[in-house]
Design a protein around this ligand. Sequence first.
Ligand code: ZN
Length: 546
Amino acid sequence: MVAMSPDELALLLQRLVDRLIRRCRLGPAPAQSPRRRFLVVQIDGLSRAVLEHALARGYMPFLARLLRRQGFRLEPMSVGLPTSTPAFQMGAFYGVEPDIPGFHYHDKRRGDDVYFPRGGDAAWVERTQTRGRRGILHEGSAYGCVFTGGAVNNLFNFTNLKRPTGAGLLRAVAAFVVLAWVLVKGVVLTLVELVRAVLRFLANPVGETARGWKWLAIKVGVSVWVRELFTLVTSRDLYAGVPAVYVNFLDYDVFAHAFGPRHRMALRSLRRIDRSLHALWRVVRRVPEHHYDVYVLADHGQTTTRPYPELSGGRRLERVILEDLLKPVGAMVQSPAQPRHRGLAQGIQAYRGQCTPGVLQRFINYLERDFPWAVGDLPEAEQRAGVRVVSAGPNAFVYFLTDREPVMLEELDRRFPGMADEISRSRGVGFVLARSGEGPVCLWRGKRYLVGHERGGPLFAGRPDGDLVVEGIRALMAMPSAGDLVLYGNDSPDGNISFIPELGAHAGPSAEEMQTFIVCPAGIALETPITRPTQLYPHFLAYQET
Ligand SMILES: [Zn+2]
């Protein structure tokens, strides 16, 4: 008798209950077809460089074992621009070149921002950009993803954060044994984290406790509850033979943003993801009749950044652009209205206007500062007199709203001579991208380079993957929703800068952001080299034809 972990016991119990219910109501289980199935484990935000570091340092012993002893191999993958989850998943899930220039951007034709955590935005993008194509997760499951990929089981995807798909929620709830077990385990692990935090607090009561408590909440939320839930619902799917399963573990990305991509806290989260991967592998081994191929991949990496306010005396980039760089050249005119606030946000707007009891006001202030999307507000976006500036990470966009189509650099030069060059020389800015009649232009510290001719200037010179950067910039500037000016904090004279407060960031062209990996089983043929997420689409779609 092989020893069973409590997780496995809970799943076994759940399968017995499942089978019993099926017997009672539907007769015997359907015969299994010989088709191949896939499980993709996405480790959000993990660059190949940090993966190699983690493998060498023993943070991911199970993945190391897969590579060493089970014949799995690691293929390099370059993910294009922007290095961001929605752009990657749109390409991989649907095979389309997306119009998704960042995690937060403005769509002039829609007359509104797209900010992925905001309810409805991801669903709108998925509806309008996939052009009726079939997703790779058709009849499958997607957990923790930006888009559904056509999955019928969806949990904690951005497309339905507030409203999980009926089937997804029902199936998750129906598997009550799994849920009960997640509850028990989650509570125990939460208590462990709480006790640890209290002990840390007692040891150092004046330390960074405020930050500590907030981090504890996020750690417990993302790392304990969400990961445990994902691991168990995915296990359940594997036992059931769901044809396509894609689970995105967010832990590493969250910690890398907060502490930096190579920080101890971020690396430790990899250890927990590795344990989940091991648990899923054990399930796959137990159901050989389902013929699962297991893949592990990352959608983008991260680079270490300094937050912009450190350079600007606490001012936000949007303000600096609008007040110091655009106003003096008269780049602001009377304009269309601000994007509207919706639902709850309207209510809160109303509250603000009144005399609100102190506690509630403080709570609203807190929400606005830490969870602006929860109150319907958009963070890091500001608009004045026809110009909208959106900061999305190490990237920011400037939109001239008077024009519905992108404004070319020649036209900007005519209207506001010297402005674009001035922005490229501004503190914390690495380079600025713009469109021109001859193709994308990179403005670098006041000089201009035609991208692809002079390899985008000194920034990309000498990089072995310089051609991929050029290709990525061309694709990015071909997106209608990319700003009339696209600013990057990468490689500024002050180091890599993120325009939102974070110590790790992504969206830009650094090797650590662009170069990731895909781990696949022996005998799997992948089209290599992989230089665009869209290359993954035909590979995973082919599973539906077997
Ligand atoms: Zn991220």
